[in-house]
Design a protein around this ligand. Structure first.
Ligand code: NAP
Length: 291
């Protein structure tokens, strides 16, 4: 089992040391602003985890909570204020946004030099051109995780199930990039793909990121391959105090018997996402002071 939590803690501890050095040199520390719209319970708990991690690392984190019915223009006005605020080095808008808001328009209103989620067209374009600035935290976390477990990407066949701008597409760009942690042959599958098993069964590494439990079943996985499960699904569980538990997009128990390595949910990719976000915020601060 791949212990993403342990790897993430070690990265966060080194970051803490880096932030303390930054404080000594610049007499200032990185600041992240998280914009949270509405009351989506999953979003609230993700934001709390980000806030806690920032605090531990010595990064300032301000969470701006806006009402569910905030208008698009009000939200963009607030983002523009943050774009101009010299004290704010990085910002993220917690997704998903309420349906009435144009998510794409709002993301694109974030200044690319503060876009620590790496979702603006400028940052995704830089990633595609091999000149990345901010890479979305989850795919970056998956790449770092693969490196930490000594999974060789160069020359390997990697199948990614899911083609979102947040996970699948940037991950495919990263893993196929001409770089030490890339150089893989990457296949992307999605909801219109036919016979996904014919791809996954030949893969050295399978990454699943669909948001649907049981997308990856044991019969789809080659013996001794590596499985990275990005999915986070809440399912009802009356034995739990909060009434639910989290599962991924793969059949963990069955695949665990076949694969050489697999990430658990929770405790796999999730903690890596947080560590990479903190890295991006630190990078935003350093880019700002070196301007
Ligand atoms: P998304 O935007 O909904 O994209 C899902 C992708 O999966 C789409 O490309 C979709 O195909 C594809 N898909 C859906 N059903 C499929 C199926 N049965 N077979 C093959 N492909 C299928 O979701 P996302 O933002 O990428 O997130 C995916 C999952 O990762 C979610 O569970 C999310 O909560 C989780 N996540 C976790 C973290 C973390 O830190 N652990 C971070 C981000 C996301 P089409 O393009 O054809 O619709």
């Amino acid at each position: 089992m791949i212990d993403g939590k342990k790897i993430s803690i070690s990265i966060q501890n080194s970051l803490k040391e880096e932030i303390s050095k930054i404080k000594n040199i610049y007499n200032s520390v990185p600041k992240l602003v998280v914009v949270l719209v509405g009351n989506n319970p999953a979003s609230i708990s993700y934001v709390k985890a980000k806030e806690r991690a920032c605090e531990k690392a010595g990064i300032l984190c301000h969470v701006e909570r806006l009402e569910e019915n905030v208008s698009e223009s009000e939200l963009i006005k607030y983002i523009n204020e943050l774009n101009l605020d010299s004290e704010t080095h990085g910002m993220i808008v917690q997704l998903p946004l309420p349906k009435d808001l144009d998510e794409e328009k709002i993301i694109q209103s974030i200044s690319p030099i503060k876009d620590v989620d790496g979702l603006t067209n400028e940052n995704l374009g830089l990633l595609a051109s091999g000149n990345s600035r901010f890479v979305p935290a989850t795919p970056l976390g998956v790449q770092v995780l693969l490196n930490e477990i000594n999974a060789k990407t160069e020359g390997s066949n990697i199948v990614i199930i899911g083609r979102s701008k947040l996970v699948g597409i940037p991950l495919a760009l990263l893993l196929s990039s001409k770089s030490d942690l890339g150089n893989a042959s990457v296949t992307i599958c999605h909801s219109k793909s036919k016979n996904i098993k014919s791809h996954t069964i030949k893969a050295d590494i399978v990454v699943v990121a669909t948001g649907f439990p049981h997308t990856l079943t044991a019969d789809m996985v080659r013996k001794d391959s590596i499985v990275i499960d990005v999915g986070v699904n809440r399912i009802e569980d009356n034995t739990k105090k909060n009434g639910y538990r989290l599962i991924g997009d793969s059949d963990f128990e069955e695949i665990y018997e076949i694969a050489s390595k697999i990430t658990p949910v929770p405790g796999g990719v999730g903690p890596m996402t947080i560590a990479m976000l903190l890295k991006n915020v630190t990078k935003a601060f350093l880019l700002n002071v070196k301007k």
